[in-house]
Design a binder for this molecule. Sequence first.
Ligand code: CP
Length: 314
Amino acid sequence: MKHFTQFENKSLADSLIEKALFYKSNPSIDNALGEGKRIGCIFLNPSLRTRASTQIAAINLGLEPIVMNMDKEGWALEMKEGAIMNKGTVEHIKDAAAVLGSYFDILAIRAFPSLTNKIEDLADFTFNQFVKYSGVPVISLESAIRHPLQSLADMITIEENWAKKESPKVVLTWAPHIKAIPHAVANSFAEWAIGCGHDLTITHPQGYELDESFTHGAKIELNQSKALEGADFVYVKNWSAFNDYGKIVSTDPSWMLTEKHFEQAKEAKVMHCLPVRRNVELSDEILDGKRSLVQEQAKNRIYAAQSVISKILG
Ligand code: CP
């Protein structure tokens, strides 16, 4: 595995999950693996979990992490090939990424979508410019269309909370939000859940259909209460419209889960990647109750990152 940007195959996913669980029990066992090496964590957007968990994972493996908030502390980057840089941008990605590649053994990049330029977002243009010009292994800390470290942590969390032989019924439900939110978490969760062999149902109001290239193999059920029937895990997430790209087409508050929604799924566990808008996306009673796995997911972000960095170090 050179880069870590998406779900590749079940056997790789299984080995990453197994290694992550091993590191969870033995966090410092490989603390010489990254000795003398550095990972650059480059953020073009805000973060709490991804920032801290990736640094902890690197330290557990003996690497030195260096974090740059490129959006606030770096030069304004030009991404376009052949640009005449006579406006606001100061440094071309060609130059910046090559410099970063010469400083670091691994780069980890967060680059959100614009939600206005669908073609560039779907091509993961900004993220891929770093891959193209850095010349070193790149880990996605969330790109325009995927958030694979989050999804790996989510698969680890499901694995830890599922003892039965048959696949769990997993439901990905849209939730209301006041802002236009990227598709990366929902896309990636669908990609990983289907790839890992889970029985996935996706539910959302009309107009919130996700990009089919991520949902092929999932059942789509527009009636939320029907979708929730018999669920073992319910993953809650907002996303903006994909067809009417980046738009908010509904904020229907009845989609926010409360205990009442679980009459037909009494044992279901609830997941969310965080940050969460309480009592907009998810009710306090769910987040603070026994169903919630959100803190376990956040903790597993460390071991997901540790497993991935370890695999790249080989
Ligand atoms: N879930 C997640 O990626 O959290 P942060 O945006 O805080 O990193």
